[in-house]
Design a protein around this ligand. Structure first.
Ligand code: FES
Length: 229
């Protein structure tokens, strides 16, 4: 017996306009169902790239919420707006010219001293990172902790979009991780060895073979490759 399964439709408001979309879609898919095409604001579609920052409000709520559109289910009565880009300032620096001095982060991002400890950044983070804590660590000059606490940042920018002190947390965390990687962590010996091999041309022949292959052949090679257990 075939069961007649009817899809339940929900109402969402995208950029202020009402649409009916099937229940169970993510915000991103609901927007596409409604006819929006993502030119910016979508990348991996899997919660990794941070391109799909979204601001929304739920039915009968006053609270502004933030999320990743590709990871968050659309709900009935949701009002939503996609943020294709957060126009936050980013300090200019040459990593090669920096040091791991404790004051390095505050010298490039002095606005972190304005943090009022409201924790809005932490509440805005779709990754549930302790954003305010890594800003405080940056202010104290604790680069290791700032790098560690911001390690899973996707650079979506939602923290900065909500900050009353105009701090650009995600760029601050990125700087901490860069300084930590370059000046604090020990050099990776196996990476150096592999780089030397590449420079010496150890993989040139293999690369030439790959670039000469057609798409189907490449796909076959990829699906049949040895996968590390
Ligand atoms: S599209 Fe990459 S995190 Fe959503």
């Amino acid at each position: 017996m075939t069961e007649d399964i009817k899809t339940r439709m929900i109402k969402v408001y995208i950029m202020g306009r009402e649409y009916e979309v099937p229940e169970g879609l993510t915000i991103m898919k609901a927007m596409e169902y409604a006819g929006y095409r993502f030119i910016r604001g979508a990348g991996c579609r899997a919660g990794f790239c941070g391109a799909c920052g979204t601001i929304f409000r739920k039915k009968d709520e006053y609270k502004f919420r933030t999320a990743l559109a590709c990871q968050t289910p659309a709900e009935d009565g949701m009002y939503l707006t996609e943020l294709p880009f957060v126009p936050a300032n980013k300090a200019e620096y040459e990593l090669e010219e920096l040091t791991s001095e404790p004051s390095i982060i505050v010298s490039l991002y002095p606005e972190i001293a304005r943090c009022v400890s409201c924790n809005t950044c932490t509440k805005a983070c779709p990754q549930d990172l302790q954003v305010m804590d890594y800003i405080q660590a940056s202010l104290r000059g604790d680069i290791n902790q700032a790098a560690e606490l911001s390690f899973d940042c996707l650079q979506c920018g939602l923290c900065a979009a909500r900050c009353p002190a105009d701090i650009v947390h995600y760029h601050v965390g990125q700087l901490a991780r860069r300084v930590y990687g370059k000046y604090v962590l020990p050099r990776s010996q196996h990476l150096k060895e592999r780089n030397d091999e590449i420079k010496a041309g150890a993989f040139d022949q293999e690369m030439e073979k790959l670039t000469a292959m057609g798409l189907e052949q490449l796909k076959k090679l990829y699906t049949e490759r040895d996968i590390e257990k």
